[in-house]
Design a protein around this ligand. Structure first.
Ligand code: GLU
Length: 290
């Protein structure tokens, strides 16, 4: 069946309400909504509000208003319900907890006491500005003999309490994660080289983005993820989690990043380019989309 006539397309908008919608994310969301619309699909709005330190409920309302103003609409979300809700991540902790338990029982995650500062200080490779420093492996359980090591890792993980520690996914060193990106073409990212063991559960008892997004994309039957190219390595991490949890992997479309005249990536701190600001300056939705 040609891609354009697929009837089962399910896409999503997955903003984190940490600030006002800015031009970079608005462009990604516009592409996501267009791709969904062209394929006669269903668009899901998911509120990724897991980080209590950074997310604010007032930004959710502002995001919804700005997206509607831009001409983007969805049929499943916290504001309109739907069959795969709730669509607010802070209300879905039970699902993430179950996944954490499965990963722990399979021996693929381990508790880690390193602080963010420890990791930043001991990271050996030069840091990719879009990505976190590679974890140097201080708390990674050793694997001397294959069978002992796996059961040792499981036993150790089972003893660890969930709270008070970070839990990391042990990446298969040297394994290539390859996928065909629908915009950027063939991608090849090497575990243990391009990224290291990553956090799936934070010591402040918050499920990490990588875990939550995989659980939700699977539970909400998302068939295509449209996101910025700054998340390419996160996509590779998530593919490992989909595989570890035996969940089906969506297709990916990574958008080019919007840059300013100096070539710098637009980030949320460029408040001058928030959609609110542009609206107040009299921009029309057509001008913003263009
Ligand atoms: N919530 C994430 C963000 O706003 C992106 C989610 C995703 O595309 O997976 O940066």
């Amino acid at each position: 069946m040609p891609e354009s006539t697929s009837i089962s397309y399910r896409g999503r908008l997955a903003p984190s309400p940490t600030g006002l919608l800015h031009l970079g994310h608005a462009r990604t969301f516009w592409i996501a909504s267009q791709r969904c619309c062209e394929r006669g699909g269903t668009l899901v709005f998911r509120n990724e509000d897991l980080d209590p330190q950074r997310c604010r409920p007032e930004f959710v309302q502002a995001l919804i208003e700005d997206l509607h103003w831009l001409g983007i609409s969805w049929t499943e979300g916290p504001d309109c319900g739907g069959p795969f809700g709730p669509y607010t991540q802070s209300e879905r902790r039970i699902h993430y907890l179950q996944a954490w338990q499965q990963l722990r029982d399979r021996g693929v995650i381990y508790p880690c006491t390193c602080s963010r500062k420890d990791v930043a200080q001991s990271a050996t490779a030069p840091n990719d500005a879009d990505d976190e420093p590679r974890y140097p492996g201080k708390c990674r359980p050793s694997r001397d003999s294959r069978s002992d090591s796996l059961s040792g890792c499981r036993a150790e993980a089972k003893r660890g309490a969930l709270a008070g520690m970070n839990w990391r996914f042990r990446v298969p060193d040297g394994e290539e994660i390859c996928f065909e990106d629908l915009h950027l073409g063939h991608q090849r990212i090497v575990a243990g080289k391009d990224f290291g063991d990553f956090i799936v559960w934070r010591k402040d008892h918050v499920p990490a983005y990588q875990l939550a997004v995989v659980i939700d994309d699977a539970a909400m039957r998302i068939t295509e993820v449209v996101r910025g190219a700054d998340l390419l390595k996160s996509t590779a991490r998530q593919i490992l989690l989909f595989q570890a949890l035996a969940l089906s992997i969506p297709k990916y479309y990574h958008c080019d990043l919007v840059r300013d005249e100096a070539g710098l990536r637009l980030a949320k701190r460029h408040d001058s380019l928030s959609i609110r600001k542009l609206r107040s300056l009299g921009w029309t939705p057509e001008q913003v989309r263009g």
